[in-house]
Design a protein around this ligand. Structure first.
Ligand code: PMP
Ligand code: GLN
Length: 418
């Protein structure tokens, strides 16, 4: 991996894996300041690639955000809430209508019945839910287990909490864990298993067999399961199973989700978590001192969104599935090896068939070469995992059909420009 001050600064801030240059959270964990040796503040890979996409006028298939707003009735509900004066602090737990709607959603889709008063907490996006949960549950020296590749904020918060980040690999082509390797990654120090299902960046949706193994191991090692399910409604032909619905899981599981993904309002930053009262109370204690509360009118609007009929939910999945197929076809035609995802709005490709071994280098050059931005998968890994995923690149397909078609056309010219 590159070191700070080299020509690939985004590596430093995204994985923190370079031996010579600790990432921002690693410096935070040791009490050092957050400035990198060359005086730059670290930015995430998403910000880095979005900035590059903007400065080159590229189609941004890097950072995962839709290029169309969500349902008009949700927007109207936010405008009404603002107009009617819902503009001061929300209660720390979240506005009652949203907590009720979250509990009802868990009942409608999964047969779960969280108590809206004590087992539901509204957060500033899933990002805050992850941060507050880990800060509440882990102590320096504890181990937190995640799959690898892992979403970037996991590594950051685990580092800030002074805990040890242990990983179990997800390998192409299906990105399922080897259950023996998973078992080996547990230890008596495993405090939290941080699961992401459906999984960013690989697009894997984990079946009951894998989830049951995690529950067994978490029970054996008395670990808490934190399950980030922000893409719960974005699956293609496979059912999403919340791990908390498995026997023995509920008492030790916190489930996290976000309105950003389901309703295409990523900028509103409305997220939530559900779980047993004592765990939710611990997270709430931390959350009070992170943001206390946020987004009062947006919270009311998302309550409306959660009440939309089933057709809305099946509709977003089938629309996205078509988009996946359009981009997958374009990527195949461009010469990449394509791993079709079962969920999320990300598709991973292998750059090796094009003779490119290093996806990090390609991601940096792709906007200049063909006017498309993507995210290299090694940045979601520690050094060993980065080596394993060296030629993988992630594209987001939550974009208008015509934008995906245009991107496919541009990518088709890549072979001739390398
Ligand atoms: N978890 C995962 C797996 C994500 O992909 C994302 C962001 N897209 C988040 C959490 C953060 O969600 P939010 O924008 O609601 O903070
Ligand atoms: N979760 C989005 C992604 O994976 C990005 C969110 C962010 O920019 N932090 O692309």
């Amino acid at each position: 991996m590159a070191s700070a001050g080299s020509s690939s600064p985004f590596l430093d801030m995204s994985t923190g894996t370079s031996a010579g240059s600790p990432a921002p959270w690693q410096r935070a964990a040791t009490g050092a300041n957050l400035l990198s040796p060359n005086g730059d503040l670290g930015v995430t890979i998403f910000e880095e690639m979005t900035t590059l996409a903007m400065s080159t006028g590229s189609i941004n298939l890097g950072q995962g955000f839709p290029d169309e707003d969500g349902p008009a009735e949700i927007k109207a509900a936010a405008q009404e809430a603002m107009a009617s004066g819902a503009n001061q602090y929300a209660p720390g737990k979240g506005v009652p209508a949203l907590r009720d709607a979250i509990a009802a959603h868990q009942g409608r889709f999964y047969g779960l019945n969280p108590d809206p008063d004590t087992e539901v907490l509204v957060t500033t996006g899933a990002t805050e839910a992850i941060a507050a949960t880990l800060l509440a549950l882990i102590q320096p020296g504890d181990e937190v287990l995640t799959f690898e590749p892992f979403y970037d904020s996991y590594g950051a918060i685990i580092g800030m909490a002074g805990a040890k980040h242990v990983t179990a690999p997800l390998l192409a082509p299906d990105f399922m864990p080897d259950l023996t390797a998973l078992e080996d990654a547990f230890s008596s120090r495993t405090k939290v298993v941080l699961l992401n299902n459906p999984h960013n960046p690989t697009g894997a949706v984990f079946p009951e067999l894998v989830l049951a193994k995690i529950v067994d191991l978490a029970t054996k090692y008395q670990a808490i399961i934190v399950s980030d399910e922000v893409y719960e409604h974005l699956t293609f032909g496979v059912a999403h199973i919340p791990i908390t619905s498995l026997p023995g899981a509920a008492e030790r599981t916190i489930t996290i989700s976000s309105a950003g993904k389901t309703f295409s309002f990523t900028g509103w930053k409305i997220g939530w978590l559900t779980g047993p009262e004592h765990l939710v109370a611990a997270v709430r204690t931390v959350k009070q001192f992170l943001t206390y509360s946020s987004g009062t009118p947006f919270q009311s609007a998302i309550a409306v969104g959660l009440g939309l009929p089933d057709e809305f939910y099946t509709g977003i999945a089938s629309t996205l599935r078509n988009k996946r197929d359009i981009l997958a076809e374009g990527l195949r035609a461009a010469g990449f090896g394509v791993y079709n995802p079962s969920g999320t709005y990300f598709i991973n490709v292998d750059t090796a068939p094009l003779g490119i071994r290093d996806s990090v280098d390609l991601a940096r050059r792709l906007p200049g070469l063909v006017g498309v931005a993507a995210i290299p998968v090694p940045v979601f890994c520690h050094p060993e995992g980065a080596e394993r995923t060296r030629s993988l690149l992630r594209f987001a397909f939550c974009k208008k059909t015509e934008v995906l078609e245009e991107a496919a056309g541009r990518l088709a010219t890549l072979k001739d420009r390398l």
